[in-house]
Design a protein around this ligand. Sequence first.
Ligand code: FES
Length: 492
Amino acid sequence: DSSVHISQLPTEILLRLFSFLGPMDLCRCSQVCSSWTELAKTGSLWKHLYPVRWARGDFYKGPPGNLDQEPDEDWVKSRVNEGRAFQEWDEDADVDESDVSVCTEGSLAISTAQREKRLLNGIIQNLLPAVGSSVKSIVLAYSSTVSSKMVRQMLSLCRNITHLDLTQTDVTDLAFDSWSHLGACRSLEHLDLSGCEKINDHTLKKLSVGLGDLTSSTSSDKRSERRAKLLESSPVPIPLMDERNLHAVGRKQQAIIFKHGTTRWGTACIPTHIWVLNTSDLADIEDAADWSHRGGLSFTDSFAETQLLGDSCCCRRSGRLRTGSDSSYLHQQFAVSGDMFCGHSTCCSSDKAFRTLTDPHSESGVTRNITAEFRAKCSSVGPQCLEPENRTDCSKAKRSLTFLSLSGCYQITDLGLRALSQRGGLPVLEHLNLSGCLFITEVGLQELVSTCPSLNDEHFYYCDNINGPHADTASGCQNLQCGFRACCRSGE
Ligand code: FES
């Protein structure tokens, strides 16, 4: 009998099958059994989120490239009416939220908005804690129920997001609190805040900080160059900083342990020696230190590994935490600041780079072999923090924003534009829409544009009444014909 039950299929095959399913079918599959529940929470299945569309029966889940066209005015008005009906209904404290049948007028709009709100809450509470680090796109355009708190929760769970669309939503500056930290939205490439009238300069300041600082990375880059030169001259013919080379030398099931040495730069983490260990002896670099001790090194030498962590490392303060000697995963963690290297997987946090020497399971994002301790520590980013594409080298600022629309954000002023122009500006910004920003001036525009060398005039929009930069070639205000976004000529 050559038949195979579906439960006997390898994880990789099941995951491949799941990749063809839409969000609703994935949710159904997750209710089959515990192993399918875990598999359905694989990060690669949830890269692009469209809760507003999903709540309305459109289960598209591809990348957002083809969704840039503006909807027609009637569609926008129907969304606005839907939101208004829901808010009025929601404010009626005497109505049971689960029973929309009591509402006669606009009950369809209310039930749709209710579904959207439930979906958003479900995503935040049940999905993003597991897959947040894998999410690349969140499109919440024209949502009638999303709140600043919801967006804040989403962004704090999705640190690797590249595409965020909040067009025509009711969010305020509070939504972006998590971006107040350096590098918090380092991967962001596309930000659409069109029609978010409550946004002001505070959001742009948080955005500028969150994108990172190119001006302070110069010294860091020099340190990296010095380190690369040192590695080239190392007697060990393995470029330690690139795990792909570890595979190339056939050490797939083994790990390399750094031992620091004293150099002319002091006691920085310079890999002057390496050991190659079996995975059975190593689950974590802390285990490696232990292995070194058992293997004949003096305690001083084995303790040297932990010295790599520096004074600020949590490992120096916390007790020992092992991931289990039978773990099939090998973890190394790059330090996120300065030249420190922290090898402790248990130090992993959502905004730290996390390097893994992969085995076949980790490619699928399934982490069943990881012990409970490790899961607990990584719970904020989910098991998919191990996936190679989800690792963020936080030591390098990119300021990779290519699209920014603040159309209709009429409270924006030159101060907000100045914040964006600081820390290295926006070197790869191509699309900038400042239509309807009534309080900006040519001075603020000039300051920002001077730091945006990639700006495409065809995609550069601002008020026609401002004699600003690229006045002859820029595209002017986009809101002249728009009935639902701010424009100084809207009454004409
Ligand atoms: Fe001035 Fe639209 S904002 S023309």
